[in-house]
Design a binder for this molecule. Structure first.
Ligand code: SF4
Length: 356
């Protein structure tokens, strides 16, 4: 694992800033810096594009003049850019240690073991695997190989509907909360949902029967940043500010989502704030860097966090990490995805296009 050389950690912040600007100016259109919504502001200051992981990866691949893509986000995002990049482009990740605990909760060995049990002798019917964008490239490839799909928090509902037209049940990885919130949205009853706990379900003697009875199987994974929000936070907001509106991300628990006025992806949350009337109060249940940026860019509205929740993995990346990859452009912390994995993951991403 290639760590940040010590010299970068001792640099004066102003020097780091001016050197990043010099590098950007020298590389011009050959370089595209992507900044996920949850990155801190001092990194976003240098981003050519800001957005969610899929949107950013597509945008970078669409820049014909771009040779070097630097993805400021967590590892699965940089891998997604690598899967979607053009032939002449390279992708670098400023900190290879910046992973996503949610994505890591569905490791490919446990998923294969679960799949064998769920598919079993075929009596459970045809199972369609769907993985959230927040997953490793090997899991995306696993779904592509089985004619499944990738989905985002914006199109998970469409993915579940699509799976129903293709098979008897869907197996969704790795976020239980997004799965439950989406199931409620598309009308899948709670009794038809089976939670697959990789630590318990393989040893359950009744598991084959439960699988047969289910129409949706959810992997037991969660985002610790979004499960920090609690229903009592929202109730307290309502008591203190009855006119306030609350919007949360679907990685929050179901109890939180039912208390909120609206639920949606990061892009949805941005639009929600945009559309809110001047002077109104909006409380947001998602990562704090996005909330702070929305508050700063909408001074005519009162924008607050439901609760302060920071993603420490996103926070690992700072301007020194960015400068380091710019100093060794096309080389340092380059992201590689095996060609077969890439091919199969692309199938899962292309299948997503059929329903989104
Ligand atoms: S906010 Fe949650 S899902 Fe997003 S990168 Fe952090 S841990 Fe992963």
């Amino acid at each position: 694992m290639d760590r940040l050389p010590e010299a970068y950690g001792h640099m004066d912040p102003e020097e780091v800033r001016s050197r990043i600007q010099e590098k950007k100016a020298a590389l011009g259109k050959r370089l595209v810096i992507l900044g996920h919504h949850y990155q801190r502001q001092e990194v976003i200051d240098f981003a050519d594009f800001r957005g969610d992981s899929l949107g950013l990866s597509r945008l970078a691949a669409a820049q014909a003049d771009c040779e070097f893509i630097v993805f400021c986000g967590v590892r699965f995002m940089a891998e997604s850019a690598e899967i979607l990049r053009r032939e002449h482009q390279t992708v670098q990740h400023p900190d290879p240690l910046s992973g996503c605990p949610l994505a890591d909760m569905a490791d490919i060995a446990s998923v294969r073991q679960a799949w064998d049990r769920v598919v079993g002798d075929g009596t459970a019917g045809k199972v369609i695997p769907i993985t959230y964008m927040n997953s490793g490239s090997d899991l995306k490839a696993f779904c592509g190989e089985r004619d499944g799909a990738v989905c985002t928090s914006s199109n998970a509902g469409a993915a579940f509907q699509w799976a129903r037209t293709k098979g008897d049940k869907a197996f969704f990885f790795p976020d239980e909360n997004l799965g439950r919130n989406t199931a409620r949205q598309v009308g899948i009853p709670a009794e038809e949902i089976l939670l697959w706990d990789p630590g318990v379900s393989p040893g359950d003697p009744e598991i084959e029967k439960r699988v047969r009875e289910a129409s949706l199987i959810l992997w037991k994974g969660f985002c610790h940043v979004h499960t920090d929000f609690r229903p009592e936070h929202i109730r307290r907001i309502r008591e203190e500010d009855p006119s306030a509106r609350v919007v949360v991300h679907p990685e929050c628990s179901e109890e939180v989502v039912v208390e909120a006025d609206a639920v949606g992806s990061t892009e949805f949350i941005c639009r929600y704030v945009e559309d809110a009337p001047a002077g109104s109060s909006v409380y947001i249940g998602t990562e704090i860097n996005l909330v702070s940026r929305l508050a700063a860019s909408h001074p005519d509205k009162k924008i607050y966090e439901v609760f302060r929740s920071l993603c420490p993995n996103m926070f690992r990346i700072g301007p020194p990490n960015l400068l380091r990859v710019l100093d060794e452009i096309g080389e340092a912390n380059r992201v590689f995805v095996d060609a077969d994995v890439k091919h199969l993951a692309r199938i899962a991403l292309e299948n997503m296009l059929s329903f989104s």
